[in-house]
Structure formats: C-alpha cells, structure tokens
Design a protein around this ligand. Sequence first.
Ligand code: ZN
Length: 416
Amino acid sequence: MQRLQAFQYELMPNGEQQRDMRRFAGACRWVYNEALKRQQEIYAAGGKYVGHFDMCKWLPAWKQTNPWLKESPAHTLQKALKNLDNAYRNFFAGRAKFPRKKRKGMGDSFQEFDAKCFKIDLSNSRLKLPKMDWMRYRNSRDILGTAKNVTVSQKNGKWFASIQTERDIEKLIPTATTAIGIDVGIARFATMSDGSFIEPLSSFKKHEKCLAKYQRRMSRKVKFSKNWHKTKRKVQQIHSVIGNSRKDFLHKRTAEISKNHAMVAVENLQVSNMSKSATGKGSSAKSGLNKAILDQGWFEFRRQLDYKLAWNGGMLVAVPQQYTSQTCPCCGHIAKENRQTQARFECVDCGYENNADVVGAINILARGHRVAACGEEGSGSVRKNRTKPASVKQEPTEATSVSSNVGSSAVGIPVL
Ligand SMILES: [Zn+2]
C-alpha cells in the first residue's frame, strides 16, 4: 500500500529569496489570469476549450513578449496552467463555480513538480529550488518517503514549503473494532453516537475582538506607511494564532477518533450550501450562525478523519443527511414533532427520549452500517464522493429496501 503524505515546513528566506518567491508566485498568477482571459476570448468567438497540453504551447510566445517570465522556473508556470485546467474541469463537472481571476495576496504559491529539479539537504535543513539559492527551513519533523513535488506558498506574511512524499507501507488491519456515528453542530462541535461529545473550539470568536481592534487601527493608518505595515503584521499574527489553534484542535480530535474506531459514519454535509444561504438578502440574523459554521472547520475535520482512518486501516462512510434529526432510533417514526427543541428529542410515537444530537449521531451510525454493508459504489469514502459530479441520480438500490426495515424508508440511500 502506498501512502502519500505532505510535510509542511516554515521557510526562513533572506530578502533576496523572498523577492524571488514573490516573483515566481506573481508569474504563476499572471500566466493563470492570462490563460483564463484567452480561454474566455476563444469561447466568446465560438471556439472550444483548450486543454492543458495545448495551453502550455502559449507559454513560449508569452515569454517572448514578457521576458521577465523567463526568470521563473518553467515547471511552475506549467503547473499554473494545470491548476487552471483543473479549475475548468471541476466547473465542467458541476463541482465548482467558474474559475475566477487570481488576485495578488490571495493564495500566492507556486509548485515544482519535478523531483529532479529540487534538492533537500536533510542534515542542514536546507531546500534548493530551481533558480534560487539554498534556503533554510524550520525542521519541525523528519521527512518520510521519497519527495515527489514541493509547493511553496505564502500565508499571513510567512512562507511555507509543502513537500509531498510517497512511501510503501504494509496494509494495515485496524486494531479498533468499533463503529461510531458523528453528528456535527454549533452548540457541540461533534456528538458521538455513544453519547460523548466534543466542545466547540471557536478559535475565531475568542480572538474576534482583538482582531477587530487591530483591523480598525489599520484602517486609520495611511496605507503602506510604516505604521500601517506594523499593524498589518499584528493582524496577520492574530490570523496565524487562530489558524494554528484550530489546526491543532482538529488534528488531536481526528487522531483520537481514527485510532479508536474502525468505521466512522458522518453526514454528507454541504457546508458550502449552509454558508451560502446566509449570504443572501435578509441574512444579517443568519450571519452570526454563518460565521460560527465557517469557524468550526468541519470540512477539514472530515478530510482528516478520511485519510487518518485510511492510514489506520479503518474507513469513513458519508451518509445522506435527510431526517437524521427527526427519525426515532427506537421505533423509526419520522416526524418534525419528534424534535420539540433544538436540544431535546422526544418521539411522539413511542416516547423515546434523548439528546437531539445523540439521536442524530445514532441515526447516522445506523445509516452508515447500511451503506457499508451494501457496499454501494462510491459510498465508502468521502474522497470518492467528491470526485463524482454533483448531479447525482437517485436510483432505487438494495439499500433502499434494507433501510425500509429500519423505518427510514422515506429516505432511501441515493447513489452518491
Ligand atoms: Zn419512537
């Protein structure tokens, strides 16, 4: 079994190296935007989409008219076009919106995808990228496996190198044998079907006031002045703290869960829909909720569970979310009235009572067992679901008939 793993390090560039990296990222952004513009012109003229291979043929001419492009490593520019190609393909498949123009300071990055073109000096914690001098990095942990590519990016004023590696590992058999369902929410970050739960972190909320204070200060300063830069650094620092504490929180929780369970069932939650609904008109009341949703990092939670379970030999099952909060786990009765308040579940039919989130988690687990047992295509892993087009057909399957035994027949299980 092959394991792909990325190792991220903070870079310690000198002034010249910082300028180099900014230039490379800028060239990638220019190429991306220029290709996007040309694609739109071709489309407007009735032409067809130009694939990655043919887009790369535009590069030599661009380098002629913009000699500064030659100062960037060739592969990084090709990769920028590959990114645009991916963005287009996601759009065509209905997975993403139409690709947008990249702006400076938003996800500045570049990638060297040829392992022959970069070197890592482990003993001295140095990295050599094409067209750059050796650059030091903070060696926070050892790299395992063979380095395949390296992506350099800037975030909150710091530079990072993410080194993707590959190595062979033995196929693991999970040491844990239990299965658990997880319901995510606002009041509780996650509730397990066994009744335990994780408190929300809300790292943003904790730092919100402090952040707002410095953002206000920044807006009062003369743009690009010395004091403006100083305040900006402070704002970036707070963003870093927020991001890091969230990362730490999620990694700890997901490591624990994936170690202790062989199967984890989660709802196939569309967080993007939830936050989108709050951006429409009359949404001011919702925007508090919206902020809370985005603050929790549920997508990241699920992503980490997915790969960590796979590493431990377990699996993540994503189940459809309809009625998980309204179905009685005891008798299968589905009714809105089952849930009188946000926190309490009380079945109007059989009188079963429990915490509403725990009920949700129990239903998710039951549904997860059915999905896993029927072995439906694509339902085994979240990652697989994501690569499928969004327009899913709802076909009657074996699982539908199985699920009817348990009472949630109204739901069925769509082929994901
Ligand atoms: Zn009941």
